[in-house]
Design a protein around this ligand. Structure first.
Ligand code: XIL
Length: 541
């Protein structure tokens, strides 16, 4: 088996197939992952990938206040040490996360009066940062995390309500005193693009630095979702911060989707991952990108965003996804040296196993003689002037999912090598998906957040489409409200709530839908101040 396999495999130069960390290092960047202590001690596959692919590590939870100082002045570094030891063994750097945050901070801190709270911050920072000050693996800290509301005002956390804004400067000064060599960061979410919140961050960092407060770096969390679009001004935003003299970095990248996963969502996600890496590569002051976990098996997303998931670059079985390839190829771009030779054009794809929503394509493989090795294939759909990416594959076949029933697809394939050279387009092939379940009255529902504010949002429209082959005369859409959210009103459907589950039934006038016909309804929700969740995963019956 070994001999046969070796004989048949194309020879891929080590350089092109090297792990992410090798390519990142050659670009002078880090590629990081957040790690959780339990799989780190229990799962070999988790440990192997974490060690091999990444050169920077963030503790997903083990360095937070509730883990390190659960009761006053009683420190517990077992999880934090496990992370630091793992990093040391694998020649990785550690980014400390996080010192002062309004979440995962024990109740005893939250109830303190001003002067006791100030002392508690000083003591916590001096103990936690001090413990690793002489440890060469630990190079940086998130000193404060998520200090802003969405509209750019200071978050009304217990820190701010007890101490006013001064706690931020105090925390940075305490961290500098505890470890003069560590790079000190401020970190937040929804600041990737240029908006009210990121501008407030920009103004704060600028003013703190003018006052001599040691803010060295700004972290952009990067919890993105394919259904909300890509922040196309990410690079421009990073550049304006860099002009303040700070280092920038993407600290918690994950790109979620509404479940179920399919090949076209995977392809969009891969494009988003590539865009983030490319933005960081394009900005000298961007130190690197950390992915918030790496496997969908251990991701906070499904627990946090109802109906969403599959946000990372490995699937639940530790298999690399198209998003891995995207990160890899973006980091590897140019490492082909003077390889400007594209792979040969792949053969005409042939379709098989065509169903109402999926199809398998295979084609004869490309070869590459440019020296950077074949990296994979992209499958496109020809649609008038615009071609859409349907999926990506490392091998000469793909299982396309999430297709539309009863639809003709004209598709072609391109190969790409490790240096990013693209082959020509293969000849196109055509297949037609079958009709959905006959008379099954299938329907779909998708919701769009029209507007949102600090403590509420409007979802409009929720589009209900009859995907079956016969008319329906009544439909039901169910979805889950994130916890703490309450329905404030609705239109064009009647909504009933049980627990957090909402059932929407058609109104008298929009229950009849011919095949392929759509109708819409909408609703408004109240949510806790500062909570940014919205529902997803609408199920239609
Ligand atoms: C998340 C962790 O991933 C979860 O395991 C935990 O239950 C909650 O916190 N912003 C941050 C991170 O700065 O610390 C959060 O991590 C995700 C949002």
């Amino acid at each position: 088996m070994g001999l046969l396999a070796t004989f048949l495999l194309p020879t891929v130069p080590a350089e092109a197939s090297a792990p992410l960390r090798t390519h990142a290092a050659s670009k002078g960047k880090f590629i990081g992952a957040a790690l959780a202590t339990s799989p780190l001690s229990n799962e070999t596959a988790y440990r192997n990938i974490a060690a091999t692919e990444f050169n920077q590590i963030t503790a997903e939870n083990a360095m937070k206040w509730d883990a390190t100082e659960p009761s006053q002045n009683q420190f517990n570094f077992s999880g934090a040490d496990a992370i630091v030891n793992f990093a040391t063994q694998n020649n990785q750097q550690v980014h400390g996360h996080t010192l002062v945050w309004h979440q995962q901070t024990p109740g005893w801190v939250q109830g303190l009066g001003a002067s006791a709270m100030r002392s508690a911050i000083q003591n916590h920072i001096s103990q936690v940062v001090g413990r690793y000050a002489d440890n060469p693996a630990v190079v940086s800290w998130d000193v404060v995390n998520e200090v802003f509301e969405e509209n750019g005002s200071m978050r009304s956390s217990f820190w701010y309500n007890t101490l006013g804004q001064s706690y931020i400067a105090d925390a940075f000064r305490a961290a500098r005193a505890a470890d003069p060599d560590a790079r000190l960061c401020i970190n937040d979410y929804n600041v990737e693009g240029i908006n009210a919140k990121s501008t407030a961050m920009y103004n704060l960092v600028s003013s703190l630095r003018q006052q001599g407060v040691p803010v060295d770096c700004v972290g952009f969390q990067g919890h993105l979702a394919i259904q909300y679009g890509f922040p196309n001004d990410l690079q421009q935003n990073l550049e304006r911060f860099a002009a303040l003299g700070v280092q920038v970095r993407i600290t918690e990248l994950d790109i979620r989707m509404q479940m179920p996963r399919n090949s076209s969502k995977d392809a969009t996600q891969a494009t988003y991952y590539r865009n983030v890496i490319n933005a960081c590569l394009a900005v000298t002051a961007c130190a690197g990108v950390t992915i918030w976990g790496f496997t969908d098996k251990h991701s906070w997303v499904p627990d946090t965003f109802g109906g969403e998931g599959a946000a990372l670059i490995y699937d639940e079985n530790y298999q690399q996804k198209p998003s891995y390839t995207a990160v890899h190829d973006a980091l590897a771009a140019g490492t082909g040296g003077n390889d400007t030779t594209p792979p040969t054009t792949p053969g005409t794809p042939t379709s098989s196993d065509v169903t109402s929503n999926s199809a398998t394509l295979s084609w004869s493989a490309s070869t590459d003689s440019g020296g950077s090795g074949l990296a994979g294939y992209s499958v496109y759909r020809e649609q008038g002037a615009t071609d859409t990416l349907l999926g990506q594959s490392a091998t000469a076949s793909i299982n396309l999912t999430g297709l539309t029933p009863n639809t003709q697809y004209q598709v072609y394939v391109r190969a790409r090598d490790g240096a990013g050279n693209l082959s020509g387009n293969s000849p196109a092939a055509t297949f037609t998906t079958s009709e959905g379940p006959v008379g099954g009255g299938g329907c779909t529902a998708t919701g769009t957040v029209q507007t949102q504010w600090q403590n509420g949002y409007v979802v409009q429209p929720v589009t209900v489409t009859n995907t079956g082959t016969s008319a329906v005369n009544g439909w039901t859409v169910t979805f889950t409200l994130p916890s703490g959210h309450t329905l404030a009103g609705s239109w064009n459907a009647s909504l009933t709530v049980s627990g957090q589950t909402v059932t929407a039934r058609n109104a008298g006038y929009n229950g009849n839908l011919a095949p392929n016909a759509s109708t819409t309804f909408g609703f408004q929700v109240n949510r806790p101040n500062g909570n940014t969740q919205t529902p997803s995963g609408y199920t239609c019956a």
